[in-house]
Structures are given as structure tokens and as C-alpha cells.
Design a protein around this ligand. Structure first.
Ligand code: CAA
Length: 380
């Protein structure tokens, strides 16, 4: 099996690495400290074609493949995990469903500006009482002539404070359970759409999230994505793509923590020798390196399944589960290797540790990923 990259992927990787190291990494700690949204980096990502990587050129994107997206996500997230998730939401959770479920008119109106980075997107599935249980939607869209009137509340919406466009999942037929859910594309500045206060978060503090309130928002039926009742499938298939992006984000965080730990262990001396010369530490680093590679291989496998046009629910759940748990373990051990220095913000590893945690939660907790994976075992 050949795991080498093609010329396009190599070229993109070189370009993103340079951008991430020169422009993103130097300001990542300050962005985190100040909880500041990196508008200038988002504008640069738009210029570099990183906000619609897999969208065909004809629709404003870069026309690259899923592995290219994964490579870019890892690089950006290794420099700044917050910037990584801003990019991943726009690519996987907004452009992807528009590509897959949007009609031509919707693609022209909504996808083109999102893929080009002229607009930013968010994905509105979670609610105060519908997180892991995504089908328990309380937000309702009631048909009224050529429109729907939407009311309800969405929670923890990444990019919510800045988004121009949103993908909304909500109930159109509450008595039908998950088959009564529909998807819409929403103008976030439209009448009846209101944003709440920014969430105060443990990590990824430069990426902002908030509640979104729908106060009888009137939305034309032409903004429905797919048929009535197809919304749960829209959401789940979108998350199949999104989980690959979050796995790549977790890989980036893990790699950054590992590189910081390895370099610290080569410099710092204890008991008359370098920290890395203590076998206990060298073994920890060897495990980190191996586990990051294992998670990367699972992530690339999921990307390959998506590129081949196969359903990749199981592969996506596995790579997201593995990469997020590896990121948490690696970041924790990176602090341990740094000792007291790891616990203070002068060194980057405490940020990586805080940033890693969310990858085990959003786009499906580790427990949800295990449910998805186990469901394939139950099918026999
Ligand atoms: N693709 C297509 N269809 C799918 C699917 C998939 N991946 N997964 C399920 N479906 C279909 C099923 O085939 C079934 O269809 P039929 O009715 O035709 O049989 C239907 O959906 C219902 O499937 P289940 O019975 O498996 O559904 P469930 O209610 O038991 O839920 C779940 C399954 C996996 C637990 C799901 O609720 C889930 O993934 N929960 C986690 C939600 C989540 O990830 N939220 C993240 C929010 S977004 C976010 O975090 C963004 C951010 O901030 C960055």
C-alpha cells in the first residue's frame, strides 16, 4: 500500500505549513490568552483557499481531495487549534452538506461565497436538551405557505458569533421522531435569528461559540436542504465528514504537544543528564510518537474511504475516537515531561491540554463514537 502524497497534496502541505508556522503559531498563545477571534487569519485562510478545500473550483473552492483537507487541518491545528476548528466547521459542516444535499440554485447562492471565504458558516444541530441524543430536537419549523416559521434554541454553535450562513437541523414533524427532522440553510443576519453571549470555554478560546435563538424566523421553503424528513440523514452524513476533520485537528494538537515535549526533554537536564536520557521519559515519548502515527493512519483511511465515495461512518467514528483520545493522553504526558514548567502558560503544553479536551466531546463524544462503532458489530 502506497501512502505517499501526490503533487497537489505535497504542494498544499508545503504552503499550509509555511502559513501555519509563520503567521498562525506566533500569535496562538496571545489569541488564547485574549479569547480573541483571529479575523485576520480567517481572511488569510480565505485567500489561500483553505475554507472550501474540497469544493470544486467552479463553486468557489480549491477542488482538492479529503486527504488534502486532513493535511491542512493537522498543520493549522498544530499551530492553533482554535483556528483549526473555525476552518473545519466551514469546510466539513457547512460546505460539505451544501455540496451533497444542495440544489444548483442553493449551491450558487450559498456554497460559492462560503467556499471562497467571502462568508463564514456554522452548523446548528445541538440544543440545550439535544446534544448526544441528536434526534431529540425541540426547535420546530412550521410550514406557512411558501415559508417555514422557525422557533427554538441552538447551543454551543461554533462560529455562531461570526457566521453569515448556517446549516440548521430542526423538527418539521415532531410526531415522526428522527424521520420528522429537516435541514435548512439560514441567513444568520435574517429576521428572527438572534445570537446569545459568547460561551466562556476551557480551551479553543479563540474560536467562539454561542447560543442561537430562532424567534419565529420566517425562512423561504427554497432554503430547505433535501426533502422534508431527510434532515437527520443530512446531519449524520455531515458528521461523518466532520469527524474526519476533528480527528485531524486532534492530530495537530497531539503533534504540537509531542514536539514541545520531545524538544524540552532534549534540552532540560535532571540528575546530571538530559530528561530524554531517562528511559521512563524516552518510553513515554516513544509511545506518543507511535500512537500519533496510529491515529494518523486511521484518519487517512477514513479520508480514503470518503474519497472512494464509500460510506465511512465507522471509519470516521474510529479515527475521531482514536485521535481525540491520543491527543488528550499526549497532551497530559507532555505536561508531565515538562514538570512544573508544563503547568504554566509560559510553555505551550497547558494550552494543548486544554484544547485537546473538546475533541473528545464535539461532533460526538467518545462514548457516541463507541456506540457507532459497536453498532457495526451488532449488525454481524
Ligand atoms: N449517515 C446516514 N444516515 C444515518 C447515519 C449516517 N452516518 N447514521 C444514522 N443514519 C440514519 C439511520 O440509517 C436511520 O435511518 P432510517 O430511519 O432510515 O432507518 C436513522 O438515521 C436513525 O439512526 P439511529 O437509529 O442510529 O439514530 P439514533 O437516534 O440512535 O442516533 C447517534 C444515533 C449516533 C447516537 C446520533 O444521535 C449521534 O451521532 N449523536 C451525536 C451527535 C453529535 O455528534 N453532535 C455533534 C454536534 S455538532 C458539533 O459538535 C459541531 C461543533 O461544535 C464543531
Amino acid at each position: 500500500m502506497d501512502l505517499s502524497l501526490n503533487d497537489e497534496q505535497e504542494q498544499l502541505l508545503r504552503m499550509v505549513k509555511e502559513f501555519a508556522q509563520r503567521e498562525v503559531k506566533p500569535i496562538a498563545a496571545a489569541l488564547d490568552r485574549e479569547h480573541r477571534y483571529p479575523a485576520e487569519l480567517v481572511a488569510r485562510m480565505a485567500e489561500l483557499g483553505l475554507l472550501g478545500i474540497e469544493v470544486p473550483v467552479d463553486y468557489g473552492g480549491s477542488g482538492l481531495d479529503t486527504l488534502a483537507y486532513v493535511l491542512a487541518m493537522e498543520e493549522i491545528s498544530a499551530a492553533c487549534a482554535s483556528t483549526g476548528v473555525i476552518m473545519s466547521v466551514n469546510n466539513s459542516l457547512v460546505c460539505d452538506p451544501l455540496m451533497k444535499w444542495g440544489n444548483e440554485e442553493q449551491k450558487q447562492q450559498w456554497l460559492v461565497p462560503l467556499a471562497a471565504g467571502d462568508k463564514l458558516g456554522c452548523f446548528m444541530l445541538s440544543e440545550p436538551e439535544a446534544g448526544s441524543d441528536a434526534a431529540a430536537q425541540k426547535t420546530v419549523a412550521v410550514r406557512d405557505g411558501d415559508d417555514y416559521v422557525i422557533s427554538g434554541t441552538k447551543n454551543w454553535i461554533t462560529n455562531g458569533p461570526q457566521a453569515d450562513t448556517g446549516i440548521l437541523i430542526c423538527m418539521t414533524e415532531p410526531s415522526a421522531g428522527h424521520r420528522g427532522i429537516s435541514a435548512f440553510v439560514i441567513d444568520m443576519n435574517g429576521q428572527g435569528v438572534r445570537r446569545g453571549q459568547k460561551d466562556d470555554k476551557l480551551g479553543i478560546r479563540a474560536s467562539h461559540s454561542c447560543q442561537i435563538f430562532f424567534d419565529d424566523a420566517r425562512v423561504p421553503a427554497s432554503q430547505r436542504l433535501g426533502e422534508e424528513g431527510q434532515g437527520f440523514k443530512v446531519a449524520m452524513s455531515t458528521l461523518d465528514c466532520g469527524r474526519i476533520g476533528i480527528a485531524a485537528q486532534a492530530l495537530g494538537i497531539a503533534r504540537a504537544a509531542f514536539e514541545a515535549a520531545a524538544s524540552y526533554a532534549c534540552e532540560r537536564k535532571t540528575f546530571g543528564q538530559r530528561v530524554i536520557d531517562h528511559q521512563a521519559v524516552a518510553f513515554m515519548l516513544a509511545d506518543m510518537d507511535t500512537e500519533i502515527d496510529a491515529a494518523r493512519l486511521l484518519t487517512w483511511r477514513a479520508a480514503a474511504a470518503k474519497m472512494a465515495g464509500r460510506r465511512h461512518t465507522r471509519e470516521s467514528a474510529m479515527c475521531k475516537l482514536m485521535a481525540s483520545e491520543v491527543a488528550n493522553k499526549v497532551a497530559k504526558n507532555a505536561i508531565q515531561i515538562h514538570g512544573g514548567n508544563g503547568y504554566v502558560s509560559e510553555y505551550p503544553v497547558e494550552r494543548h491540554y486544554r484544547d485537546a479536551k473538546i475533541t473528545e466531546i464535539y461532533e460526538g463524544t467518545s462514548e457516541i463514537q463507541r456506540i457507532v462503532i459497536a453498532s457495526y458489530l451488532l449488525r454481524g
